[in-house]
Design a protein around this ligand. Structure first.
Ligand code: F0G
Length: 351
C-alpha cells in the first residue's frame, strides 16, 4: 500500500501544474468522509461530514495553499503575504517554510483564535495585527502585493481555488457520484466557489452524472450576501467567518443560482449548538465556524425545508483544537481527586 501523495499528485491532470512546477506539499487532502449518525437521524437524510480539520495544518486552507505556494515558487517568488482570520495564515506560514519563503500575515487585532496565532508564530511568519477587521486586512494585503515584491496567497489568487476544488473531486470519488446537496460555511466565499467549480468539472468530464445544490451559511452578524450589502462591523463568535465584504461574493451567488441552491444565515447560538452536537454526538471536534454548515442544515430541516432520503455532505472546515476556548467555556471543571482508586471510582459513578 502507498501513502496519499497530496492533492497535486493525486489530481495532477486536473490542476494547472506542469512537469517542472515545484510541488510544495505536506500531503494535504484525502480527508475523511464520515457518516453523521445523529445529523442523519435528525434530518431523515444520509448525511456525511467532509472532515477538513484532518488536513496537515488543521483546515481546508492547505488544499489551496499547496497550489498557491507551488505556483509562487514556480514564478520565483521569495515572499508571500495574506490577510487572514487565522487559518489561511497558519497554512501559508507552514507551506512557506517548506518552500523556503518569507511569509507575511495580516490579522485583525485580537480577533483570531489562539491556536491559529500559535501556528503562524511557530512557523516563523512575520505577523502584523491590524487595527481593523479582516476586510481591512485584505485591502492592505492586496495593496502591498501590488506595490512590493510579495505574492498574494488569499483566495483571490486563482491557484487557491484550483487547489480547493479537489475536495469536491474527493467527495464524488468516495460516494460514486455527487450528493444531492453540499453544505458549507461561507466567509470570504472562496471555498463555495471552489467546490462548485470542482463539481461542475467532474459533471462535465464524466466522473459525476450531475452537480449538487450548493447551500452556504453565513453567521447572522456577518451575513453580507444574505443582506445584499456589505456589513461594516461584522460580529460573530465564529471568528474564522467574521467577514463583512467577501472577495468572492459574485462567484458565491453564481454557485448558489446555477446549482439551484441557497445562501442563508445561522445565529451564533445555532452555531454553538451544532458545534456541541458534532463533538458530543458524532465524535467530531470542529472549530465554531465549521459548525455553521451543520447548523444551517439542521435549521433547514427544522423548518421542513429538507426532503428526507437525500444524500447530503456538510464540509466541516477546521479542527476544534484551533479554538478550544469554546469547548471549555460553560463546561463543568473536572473534579480533583487524590491518588486513590475508591475515591476515583466514586467520583466517576462506578462505585
Ligand atoms: N471555515 C473556516 C474554519 C475558515 O477558516 C474559513 C475562512 C471559512 C470557513 C470560510 O471559507 O472564506 O472560503 O468562505 N477563513 C479565512 C482565513 C478567511 O483567513 O483563514 P471562505
Amino acid at each position: 500500500s502507498r501513502q496519499w501523495r497530496g492533492l497535486i499528485e493525486e489530481y495532477r491532470d486536473r490542476l494547472p501544474v506542469g512537469p517542472t512546477t515545484p510541488v510544495v506539499t505536506l500531503r494535504e487532502g484525502g480527508t475523511p468522509l464520515v457518516h453523521a449518525q445523529e445529523v442523519s437521524a435528525r434530518t431523515g437524510c444520509e448525511v456525511h461530514l467532509k472532515v477538513e480539520g484532518a488536513n496537515p495544518t488543521g483546515s481546508f486552507k492547505d488544499r489551496g495553499m499547496t497550489m498557491a505556494i507551488s505556483k509562487a515558487k514556480e514564478e520565483g517568488a521569495k515572499a508571500v503575504i495574506c490577510a487572514s482570520t487565522g487559518n489561511t495564515s497558519a497554512s501559508a506560514a507552514a507551506y512557506a517554510v517548506r518552500a523556503g519563503m518569507v511569509c507575511a500575515v495580516l490579522v485583525p487585532q485580537g480577533k483570531i483564535a489562539l491556536g491559529k496565532m500559535g501556528q503562524a508564530l511557530v512557523h516563523g511568519a512575520r505577523i502584523l495585527q491590524v487595527e481593523g477587521n479582516f476586510d481591512d486586512c485584505l485591502t492592505l494585503a492586496r495593496g502591498l502585493s501590488e506595490k512590493y515584491p510579495v505574492s498574494l496567497v488569499n483566495s483571490v489568487n486563482p491557484a487557491r481555488i484550483e487547489g480547493q476544488k479537489t475536495a469536491a473531486f474527493e467527495v464524488v470519488d468516495m460516494l460514486g457520484d455527487a450528493p444531492d446537496i453540499h453544505v458549507l460555511p461561507v466567509g470570504n466565499a472562496g471555498n463555495i466557489t471552489a467546490y462548485w467549480r470542482g463539481y461542475r468539472e467532474y459533471a462535465a468530464d464524466g466522473p459525476a452524472s450531475r452537480t449538487p445544490r450548493m447551500w452556504g451559511y453565513q453567521a447572522s452578524g456577518a451575513a453580507p450576501i444574505v443582506r445584499g450589502e456589505p456589513v461594516k462591523d461584522p460580529t460573530t463568535i465564529a471568528t474564522a467567518i467574521r467577514i463583512g465584504n467577501p472577495a468572492s461574493w459574485e462567484q458565491a451567488e453564481r454557485a448558489r443560482d446555477e446549482s439551484g441552491g441557497l445562501i442563508d444565515e445561522v445565529t451564533d447560538r445555532q452555531i454553538l449548538a451544532a458545534y456541541r452536537l458534532l463533538a458530543a454526538r458524532e465524535g467530531v471536534f470542529v472549530e465554531p465556524a465549521s459548525a455553521a454548515s451543520v447548523a444551517g442544515l439542521l435549521k433547514a430541516a427544522e423548518a421542513g425545508a429538507v426532503e428526507p432520503g437525500q444524500r447530503i455532505v456538510c464540509t466541516v472546515t477546521g479542527n476544534g483544537l484551533k479554538d478550544p476556548d469554546w469547548a471549555v467555556a460553560g463546561a463543568p471543571q473536572p473534579v480533583v481527586v487524590p491518588v486513590d482508586a475508591d475515591a476515583a471510582a466514586e467520583r466517576l459513578g462506578l462505585a
